[in-house]
Design a protein around this ligand. Structure first.
Ligand SMILES: N[C@@H](CCC(=O)N[C@@H](CS)C(=O)NCC(=O)O)C(=O)O
Length: 208
């Protein structure tokens, strides 16, 4: 059994989708119901995954990519290809999502929180949106000849990108996602594992 600390709609949603794709049972804990979360992750971010039941026999894992690779190494799956180069390319895509696209969206959250309303804030939002749109353009080109970044099958990077794509609507920005990418995102969002993860987040957050 795994325990996943999450925030509704955050990148931890991708971790939950992957757990469900791997048919692994998961207990969800909303970070906002965890007053001592700083003891679990001093950085303050989700996802955090606890692997194991017993104290002393548990691993507490932080950082989304480390968690995802741990799960994919541990459980048989078709999300990651097996050949060495293909596997490295899948990790490259995963890091493109987590270490390049995610921080680009992170700028929107930062601007919303730290810059006072006015022309400077508008300009900062516009610059951040431009860089996000550039990154979606790179994804769009990669998807010109294949439905998913994983090729014919969904890959972890596709799942992460589908989660991030939902963040633009929180801000006054014009995020442009191309047709190929929208098609990929819609397919991922329609996956049973994605829909069940959204429902589980909502149930868990409303329960407290
Ligand atoms: N590099 C970290 C980044 C995680 C991250 O930034 N998570 C966001 C949610 S998507 C978060 O928890 N932010 C803290 C907060 O909003 O309180 C990872 O991939 O795990």
């Amino acid at each position: 059994m795994y325990t996943l600390y999450f925030m509704p709609g955050a990148c931890s949603l991708a971790t939950q989708v992957i757990l469900r794709e791997l048919n692994q049972p998961v207990r969800l804990i909303d970070k906002s119901n965890t007053p001592d979360f700083a003891k679990i992750n001093p950085v303050g971010s989700v996802p955090v995954l606890v692997d194991g039941e017993q104290q002393g026999d548990q691993a507490i894992l932080r950082e989304g990519v480390a968690i995802i690779l741990h799960l994919l190494n541990k459980h048989e799956n078709s999300l990651m290809p097996s050949g060495s180069v293909f596997r490295t390319q899948a990790v490259e895509n995963l890091l493109y999502a987590n270490a390049t696209v995610h921080p680009a969206y992170g700028r929107l959250f930062f601007i919303a929180e730290h810059i006072s309303d006015g022309p400077n804030k508008d300009a900062a939002f516009k610059a951040a949106a431009d860089s996000i749109n550039h990154l979606w353009g790179v994804v769009e080109n990669k998807l010109a000849g294949q439905p998913f970044l994983g090729g014919d099958r969904v890959s972890p990077a596709d799942i992460l990108l589908a989660v991030y794509s939902r963040w633009g609507e929180y801000f006054p920005v014009d995020i442009r996602i191309g047709e190929n990418t929208s098609r990929m995102i819609n397919k991922v969002i329609q996956m049973d594992s994605f829909q069940r993860s959204l429902a589980a987040e909502s149930t868990e957050s409303n329960a407290a």
